[in-house]
Design a protein around this ligand. Sequence first.
Ligand code: BES
Ligand code: MN
Ligand code: ZN
Length: 499
Amino acid sequence: MNFDLKTLELAAAASEKCDLLVVLLPDGLKPGKDALSALAALAIKNGDLSTKAGKQLQLYQVPAVAARRVVLVGHGDGSARATRQAVQAVGSAIKAAQTKRLVLCFAGKASAGAVSACVQAVAEASYVYVTTKSKAEARSLNRCVVGVQDAPAAREDFDAGVALVAGIEFAREWGNRPANHATPSLLADAARTLAKLPRIQCKVHGPAEVARLGMGAFLAVARGSEEPLRFIELRYNGAAKDQPPVVLVGKGITFDTGGISIKPAPEMDEMKFDMCGAASVLGAFRALGELQPPINVVGLIPACENMPDGRAVKPGDVVTSMSGQTIEVLNTDAEGRLVLCDALTYAARFKPAAVVDVATLTGACVIALGGVRSGMFSNNDALASALHAAGEVAQDPCWRMPLDDDYAEGLKSNFADMGNVAGRAGGSITAAKFLQKYVGEMPWAHLDIAGTAWKGGASKGATGRPVGLLIHYLLGQAQVAQPARKPATAKRAPRAKAP
Ligand code: BES
Ligand code: MN
Ligand code: ZN
């Protein structure tokens, strides 16, 4: 889909030919002399419309307006949040099959982040998954013009929104693909396509190399599957070589049956989403490829299936991780931490400024935080507050959870350096305590996205979270690293063809 930004007064918006014109009306609207302003003012005066975010009035073939349909929608305080609410409220009109050309016009000022939020909300409303449908009805929307009072002033925000959409949709696509269409090898292929973007490189390690690295925990999880594991290593080089990178680690279990500790049948299909951490790392790189910020980023994805089999790891088996620490695999369904611990050990070789792992790690996190906030754990206050703030700005929020050492008590084992589970109580925290044993002194954060990476029920599907949080965090790091430089979007490397 194509997004365009232009300076557009309401009077001019009336002559924009399109299938749907959405007019965002802020609190304290000062109506002009044009037809749309007059209509909006009258509807508000008569109580048929309010400027409360999301309140709307739908009109058809309005005289002197070129658009076939018009929706007047309240924009509240005009913030990014209100923008999202307003666009979400007209979501079904945006998604309608007849809507091919859409114009969205800000009747008031576009506040910080509002244009990006607008672009993202339009993309979210119009997204359709098609890859494994035979009669694919592609997204009907193919052009969206965002009209603002001052396009040059909104340009940077707009570009960030478009880049984020590319990243989020990449993550949603790979999250949504069924496990037989998103094997570890196919995920690696997807990562390789990203290396077509400027400043991105990709290396893929297979089973032999992972064995040579001594990743015994990762290997143990992959043993039960016929699909060979892949360890994906992505680089985004936007700064000098000696700038320590941020390392993103994504859990890439392309299907989680639970292994020998097999899961019950109901909703097991949703365990195709167990690679959404990996998908969010891929999505972040997709967005980095567009934004070209002056930072270095490494992406690490341990990808495999967790299957029961004659060769599968068994409860009670002891495996040796890359760090040398031994692990008693008490429950083969606690596999995410096993693939992540070796990736975290590997991350240390980059001497990172920070390591952030992203994982659909525990059902317990869904119980704790539901689908609103991701769980966030960190051994570093500055990193934790940067991630928290990024989540707020991105409207992709997280919540910091504790890491008291007392939570690690249950991980003690009589037969290895640690067990991989510690009972039901505080399950998302004990999982994080397990990971913490592999990060040493590195500034580290763990995002448990089990509740936020996908939705179940009628709207079952990947959300693309937390790509927004990650990108806002990384752009913030770019500002810290290069405060004097112009924002990343100002100096673009040449665009490659987007995968
Ligand atoms: N991928 C699951 C976590 C999960 C479960 C996410 C349900 C979303 C919904 C993970 O590998 C897992 O199975 N975790 C176990 C850990 C337990 C055995 C300690 C869990 O949460 O039940
Ligand atoms: Mn599991
Ligand atoms: Zn899992």
